[in-house]
Write a protein that binds this ligand. Structure first.
Ligand SMILES: NC(=O)c1ccc[n+]([C@@H]2O[C@H](COP(=O)([O-])OP(=O)(O)OC[C@H]3O[C@@H](n4cnc5c(N)ncnc54)[C@H](O)[C@@H]3O)[C@@H](O)[C@H]2O)c1
Length: 256
């Protein structure tokens, strides 16, 4: 898919990866609705990107994605603003971790059943939507992008005031350091552009890691997904793939 002239909606776009994805698409000539619950940061990003890429190409829409009415409203308002919608980037994630989230993360990290289940869920949903005949027939692609620990504000500060929080932050950073540290947003953005621009990628699960760079989670036949053609949709009806395997977070929907 050529990005020039396309319209994208990006959740969690005020900062971090969402901002990186938004800027990359603007840079390729797309128009972007920046959706975020953080109004002040969102407005700041809207201003910064509007100055760079044109006021007609960027809009900030405040929304908490956990609120169904707000979410429906930003889809409607994006179409009102730009006339259509081609790409949805479902990226929003918790940034400042609360005490209990950090506790859960750190305590579950070793065995990680909940963590792992959540990640399987997102990937399973993306593959199921992407490879199922329903969306294939409508020309909608769905892919998952799974970066390793990336250099954004989502990570807890290294120094904490509360000793208990400090202990947990130390555990977090020990884990990050043991994996070789953080990767750059730009490395994840490179992978993102590949997923968006390559129409043969559908139901694909891309990983971006320090060790291997950009690659795809293999799932046997069709590991990089299948093109979204009516023929593929019919064959999927005959050969239902088993959805298995791992990991997380930002999953994307692309419309042809
Ligand atoms: N940074 C990493 O190491 C990493 C690794 C893998 C996956 N991810 C995932 O990538 C996504 C982006 O993470 P990031 O590192 O850029 O985080 P970030 O904290 O830098 O940015 C997240 C953005 O999402 C927004 N947000 C959070 N909850 C929201 C909600 N309910 N409604 C609307 N906006 C909301 C925040 O305001 C913030 O602007 C997240 O889903 C995260 O889980 C991040």
């Amino acid at each position: 898919m050529q990005l020039r002239g396309k319209v994208a909606l990006v959740t969690g776009a005020a900062q971090g990866l969402g901002k990186g994805f938004s800027e990359a698409m603007l840079n390729r000539g797309a128009k972007v609705a920046l959706v975020d619950m953080n109004e002040s940061m969102g407005r700041e990003t809207e201003k910064e990107l509007s100055v760079k890429y044109g006021y007609d190409n960027v809009v900030f829409l405040r929304c908490d994605v956990t609120n169904k009415d707000q979410l429906e409203s930003v889809f409607r308002r994006t179409v009102e603003e730009f006339g259509t919608l081609d790409i949805v980037v479902n990226n929003a994630g918790v940034s400042k971790r609360s005490h209990w989230e950090l506790i859960l993360e750190v305590n579950l990290m070793e065995t990680g059943p909940v963590y792992s289940a959540a990640k399987h869920g997102v990937v399973g949903l993306s593959r199921s939507l992407g490879l199922g005949p329903h969306l294939l027939q409508r020309g909608v692609r769905v892919c998952a992008l799974c970066p390793t620990q990336t250099d954004t504000d989502i990570h807890p500060a290294r120094l904490q005031r509360d000793p208990e929080m400090q202990k947990m932050a130390d555990e977090h950073w020990r884990l990050v350091d043991s994996e070789g540290g953080l990767i750059k947003i730009s490395q994840v953005v490179d992978g993102f552009l590949q997923l968006v621009e390559d129409d043969s990628k559908n139901g694909a699960v891309m990983r971006v890691t320090l060790q291997r760079g950009v690659d795809y989670q293999p799932y046997g036949r069709g590991g990089e997904g299948v093109p979204y053609t009516r023929r593929a949709a019919r064959s999927k009806l005959r050969n239902t793939e088993q959805v298995s395997d791992f990991f997380i977070p930002a999953w994307k929907m692309f419309r042809s």
